[in-house]
Design a protein around this ligand. Structure first.
Ligand code: ADP
Ligand code: MG
Length: 325
């Protein structure tokens, strides 16, 4: 059986390199030179088998998604990914599994030129925890607490497909072709180039991991504002449109999670600049609402339906450790 050292050498030593990594895998800790004038941006995301992905997910997709969700956090700050660390917990050493897992990870690492600079390996329930490092021009990170009353609200891509893909797997749904939705669930596209180009344009930003409604509410709460969102402006795929036309409500779009699209707010004077970002990065960006003043008598997120009727967001996004009743 491979020792931890051999395992790392065999499977995790062929990742991209970067001169600013002064010490990478093989020492007690990685040493990284942060360029002058940049802030270091760090984030950590864990995927646990059976909770964050169905147990039957392919090892390639697990590796891919583990890095994609971390890259998405960099995108949401407007940061450029730099390098990452991998804490891998595996029930057993299965070399075929490791190879495919590594290939999924490597595909995105190569696409974004990010070295694997360290990690940890242990035995237990399959759990992948990645810490990602990024950089952003000093003071330019795009945070959650800076939305302004009067801002437009935008979202990238289509929303709800990942949740529909997951539902189609769990409920073995066969009434439509859900392959593209399952693809979005397993291989989310981190919106790195779009996030970076939103510097000087977006006032606040977050990525959609728990559902558009609950993630937008994080912006509203930390900025002390409220929002109106027009349901008929929510960008949906043809498959999601058919799902809605069959009488289903918007809960998969608002509370489904796993989209890894960006939600951001921006002053209305930036609309033309945002169209330019969308074209330059080949990423659809839709205007879905507006930031309004918070008021004690109203919910913070007001949804406006096709008949111009206001409703509050009732379905909450997926929440870990929600108090049990
Ligand atoms: P330590 O005993 O200091 O924790 P380890 O024996 O766990 O060191 O790890 C040895 C080296 O291998 C370290 O540089 C560590 O960052 C790296 N490493 C361990 N596991 C992984 C992994 N899964 N992926 C990448 N690097 C790893
Ligand atoms: Mg260790």
């Amino acid at each position: 059986m491979l020792s931890e050292f051999e395992l790392i050498k065999h499977y995790f030593s062929n990742f991209p390199e970067n001169k600013s990594v002064l010490r990478g895998i093989g020492d007690d800790a990685a040493v990284i030179q942060i360029p002058d004038g940049k802030n270091l941006v760090q984030s950590c995301d864990t995927l646990v088998s059976g909770i964050h992905f169905p147990k039957a997910t392919s090892p390639f997709d697990i590796g891919y998604k583990a890095l994609a969700v971390n890259l998405s956090d960099m995108a949401a700050m407007g940061a450029e990914p730099h390098s990452f660390l991998l804490a891998l917990t595996i029930p057993e050493v299965d070399e075929g599994w490791l190879r495919q897992f590594r290939d999924g990870l490597l595909e995105l690492a190569e696409q974004y030129h990010i070295p694997l600079v360290g990690g940890d390996t242990s035995r237990g329930v399959l759990t992948i925890s990645i810490t990602i490092n990024g950089t952003v021009a000093a003071g330019k990170s795009i945070c959650r607490n800076t939305a302004m009353v009067g801002d437009d609200i935008f979202v990238t891509g289509d929303i709800g497909d990942a949740a529909l893909g997951l539902k189609s797997i769990l409920e073995e749904m066969q009434d439509d072709d859900y392959a593209a939705c399952v693809e979005k669930l397993n291989r989310p596209i981190p919106r790195i180039s779009t996030g970076i180009r939103l510097h000087d344009v977006a006032a606040s930003m977050i990525d959609v991991s728990d559902g558009l409604g609950s993630d937008l509410q994080h912006i509203l709460e930390s900025s002390g504002v409220a929002a109106k969102v027009w349901l008929d402006k929510l960008p949906v795929s043809a498959t999601m449109q058919r799902w809605l036309t069959r009488g289903n409500d918007y809960s998969l779009c608002l509370a489904g999670g796993d989209d890894y699209e960006l939600v951001f707010t921006a002053a209305s004077k930036h609309r033309a600049a945002i169209d330019k970002v969308a074209r330059a990065t080949e990423c659809k960006i839709s205007r879905i609402g507006e930031v309004i003043a918070a008021s004690a008598s109203q919910p913070s997120l007001i949804l406006i339906d096709m008949n111009n009727k206001e409703t509050a967001m009732s379905a909450k996004g997926y929440q870990h450790f929600r108090a049990s009743r």
